[in-house]
Write a protein of this length. Structure first.
Length: 199
């Protein structure tokens, strides 16, 4: 019984995040041959921006795609003209510009009331088959999780056209954090990029 309870606790306290994504591709843009992509998390929170860009770079590297976090090239404390941005992209041989932005975000919370129910298990006692009752208790805890919706846009640097656009919905559990969400969202973006680039 004690072992089962500890197993439950380890499962319950495990941090995780889940993400779903939906996208549409521009049939006129072939981005399968992009050599270098700039990833830009258009997010005010600097720590989350760093985490998200870092995770995107990590995910794309698994697909052997060269990516650069924008925070290394474009400072969040400086304003740039359009020409300056174009020069940065050109000087760093960037041919794709992937931006991700939080559309909205909210915390969802509630309480699961405690409930108990009794079941019966058959077993032999002194040679007789009898039903032994046992009680299972569930609930009695509060929960809270973060929900965020993202918009993802890949632009072709040469033409300025949108290569694809996607929206993602992500949720991190009570013991998760923004870094777990960054991992989950980045993984889905990478998978979607590869899927669309091979269509």
């Amino acid at each position: 019984m004690k072992k089962c309870f500890l197993l439950f606790l380890s499962f319950f306290f495990t941090s995780c995040a889940t993400t779903t994504i939906s996208s549409i591709k521009n049939p006129d843009i072939d981005f399968s041959g992009y050599k270098r992509i700039l990833v830009f998390a258009n997010i005010r929170d600097i720590d989350f921006r760093k985490s998200l860009e870092s995770e995107l770079v990590s995910v794309f590297s698994e697909y052997a795609i060269d990516t650069v976090p924008s925070i290394e090239l474009i400072s969040p404390v400086k304003e740039y003209s359009e020409d300056e941005i174009k020069k940065i992209l050109s000087d760093n041989l960037i041919d794709g510009y992937l931006s991700i932005e939080v559309i909205d975000s909210s915390n969802v919370s509630g309480y699961v009331p405690q409930t108990s129910y009794t079941n019966y298990q058959s077993q032999y006692v002194n040679g007789q088959l009898i039903s032994v009752p046992y009680t299972t208790t569930y609930g009695g805890y509060a929960y809270s999780y973060l929900k965020s919706n993202f918009e993802i846009v890949l632009k072709d640097v040469r033409t300025g056209q949108i290569a694809f656009k996607a929206t993602a919905k992500s949720a991190a559990d009570d013991f998760g954090n923004m870094k777990n969400m960054a991992k989950s969202v980045s993984k889905k973006i990478g998978e979607e990029y590869i899927k669309l680039s091979t269509q």
